[in-house]
Design a protein around this ligand. Structure first.
Ligand code: ADP
Ligand code: MG
Length: 342
């Protein structure tokens, strides 16, 4: 940590030499790959894009150094990648297609021009996967830590909310859960950046899921009734669906999909992997409800019921769940939502 900070401090003069406009110019030349909907990207007082026939979705997320990320654990490239990934996840959770990204940054004098270039290389890496154009933003100095604020637009013919779940619907998730929280736990132990994920190991694979999550769109689901992305943890995010839809939920613990790498890593550190899967957060998988249908390519973990929120384990034991994140069962460090975690 200290070494990185000193290294950055030594190079910081470069950014002040470059100045705000020099920095914006270099960001502009890095972000030229706009798609055809962009009439005017970075460089004027506002961007201009062609209007959509469908609905426009708009989402915003902030990431603040010391609250959401630690620069001694993440590279700027990884940070940029995750910054757009979390915004993409919100658009996908509405059933939309991500489109235009606006990036505002507050930059402390410990960060240099190369760091900002690396940050944008990470943003562009995932932007290119999703055909997202970076069309503008704002740049200012920060007196305390790096501040990122991103606004992403998307479009959808039909958007899906949290509030449509109906009694009798099945509850599905699109991916394994808990990997990211396990990755953060391992990063907290290593206390240094990971620059290469090869040769791969179970530990590095969960760390990668934490640092560079890859949200994926939901395929076609007949009669989809509600959806949310799992950012705060399965129990919290399922509770959001229950609250908004005014229904209850029953989930079967052993049906929650766990990756092999989570199971292996959790065994090594002596922790129940289901704690991560239920309460860890930052999975950026989708959680949705729909009438049961064997054409749905996702993992069914439970059902929507009239009232109450229950987890049933393999022995048939039923317990009530609350909208709990990781912080309620451990309090020695913080995860990226600011919850205490270790
Ligand atoms: P103004 O003073 O009119 O707000 P700026 O000088 O802040 O204009 O910005 C000039 C152009 O650069 C605008 O198109 C703006 O959207 C873009 N821009 C500024 N900062 C960033 C950034 N960090 N990332 C992407 N685009 C940016
Ligand atoms: Mg401005």
């Amino acid at each position: 940590m200290r070494m990185n900070r000193n290294r950055m401090a030594a190079k910081s003069s470069k950014l002040s030499k470059l100045g705000e406009f020099g920095l914006i110019n270099s960001i502009q030349s890095q972000c030229r790959n706009t798609n055809s909907s962009v009439l005017l990207g970075i460089g004027d007082d506002a961007a201009a894009v062609t209007a959509q026939k469908d609905h426009t979705l708009i989402t915003s997320d902030m990431m603040i150094e010391g609250v959401h990320f630690d620069l001694s654990f993440t590279t700027f490239h990884q940070l940029g990648y995750k910054f757009l990934a979390v915004n993409i996840s919100d658009i996908l959770a509405m059933g939309g297609k991500p489109e235009h990204f606006i990036v505002s940054i507050g930059v402390p004098d410990t960060v240099n021009a190369k760091d900002i270039e690396d940050l944008y290389s990470g943003i562009l890496k995932i932007a290119n996967k999703y055909n997202v154009s970076i069309i503008g933003g704002d740049t200012c100095a920060s007196l305390q830590g790096l501040v990122l604020s991103g606004t992403l637009t998307g479009n959808a013919r039909h958007f899906v909310t949290r509030s449509g779940a109906r009694v009798g619907d099945s509850i599905y998730v699109t991916n394994t859960l808990g990997d990211s929280a396990m990755g953060l736990k391992l990063l907290n132990k290593r206390r240094k950046r990971v620059h290469k994920f090869t040769p791969s190991s179970p530990g590095l694979r969960v760390i990668k899921k934490h640092l560079m999550p890859d949200p994926a769109p939901l395929g076609t689901v007949p009669a989809l009734t509600s959806m949310i992305d799992i950012s705060d943890g399965l129990l919290i995010d399922l509770s959001h669906i229950c609250d908004k839809s005014k229904v209850g939920a029953m989930i079967y613990k052993e049906r929650i999909p766990l990756s092999k790498e989570l199971t292996i890593s959790a065994k090594k550190v002596g922790i129940d992997p289901y704690l991560f899967a239920l309460k860890g957060g930052e999975d950026y998988a989708l959680l949705f409800t729909a009438p049961e249908n064997n054409k749905i390519k996702a993992i069914k973990i439970g059902e929507i019921i009239k009232k109450g929120r229950y987890i049933i384990d393999s022995s048939g034991k039923r317990s009530t769940f609350k909208p709990e994140g990781y912080d309620h069962f451990d309090n020695t460090a913080r995860n990226s939502q600011g919850n205490r975690i270790e």
